[in-house]
Design a protein around this ligand. Structure first.
Ligand SMILES: [Zn+2]
Length: 222
């Protein structure tokens, strides 16, 4: 189950106090979406992943954490022109050069927009996430454990954004990866079908084919 607590919080930017509803604990009982969004109950806790100070607008996973150079950014008109605490945190991370992390927060903002039934915002947040992941890679910042996982994630984010051409080329490039783990190969093959069907809806890892316990696809070395 999910538990929530109220925390009296001191903002690291302006020093003012506010009551924030924070996540105590949660769990997952369902398989994740293909873009790694967790199943319930954790799925419904996304609103508590980023907090915002009601006094100065500082938005972060931990308002009490002091981050160098953040105060000047928060006080800028460009920062405050961003709508919503997730996109404000994306702006902060981007200004600080943390592009991969900013990409993840943009993806989380897309999930929140999905929940708010705002498809236009969800789409623009997914496009932003893809752009930030790419900017991160150009700065040698990985956004997943290895390139195979990165191809699978970007394929799904492109597909959900309705960018089917880019989803297809990313998926094909991913399928050509060396030492492709069976799980990633299954995900990419499912993506291929979804892309061909012009399907931009949510799909989960529960749809993947079952493999025998511990099964590995055998590759024959030349
Ligand atoms: Zn503040």
């Amino acid at each position: 189950m999910t538990t929530l607590d109220t925390k009296f919080t001191c903002c690291a930017v302006c020093g003012e106090f506010s009551d924030q509803t924070v996540l105590g604990s949660s769990n997952t009982m369902e398989p994740p979406d293909l873009d790694t969004r967790p199943g319930e109950m954790l799925r419904s806790t996304i609103a508590y992943w980023i907090y915002e100070c009601p006094h100065c607008g500082y938005a972060a996973p931990d308002l009490e954490e002091r981050i160098t150079d953040v105060a000047d950014i928060v006080r800028s008109p460009e920062y405050l022109s961003n709508e919503g605490r997730f996109l404000r945190h994306v702006f902060l991370l981007r200004q600080l050069g943390h592009f991969a992390e900013a990409g993840w927060t943009a993806l989380h903002a897309a999930w929140l927009a999905d929940d708010e039934n705002n498809p236009a915002l969800a789409q623009s947040n997914r496009r932003l996430a893809i752009a930030l992941f790419k900017q991160g890679k150009a700065s040698r910042q990985n956004f997943m454990n290895d390139p195979n996982e990165e191809f699978a994630l970007v394929t799904d984010v492109c597909r959900r954004a309705g960018e089917f051409d880019e989803a297809l080329s990313t998926c094909r490039a991913g399928l050509q990866g060396d030492n492709l783990p069976p799980l990633i190969e299954d995900i990419l093959r499912l993506e291929l079908t979804l892309i061909q069907n012009r399907d931009d809806t949510r799909h989960t890892c529960a749809e993947l084919p079952e493999r025998p316990e511990g099964a590995q696809r055998v590759a024959l070395d030349e």
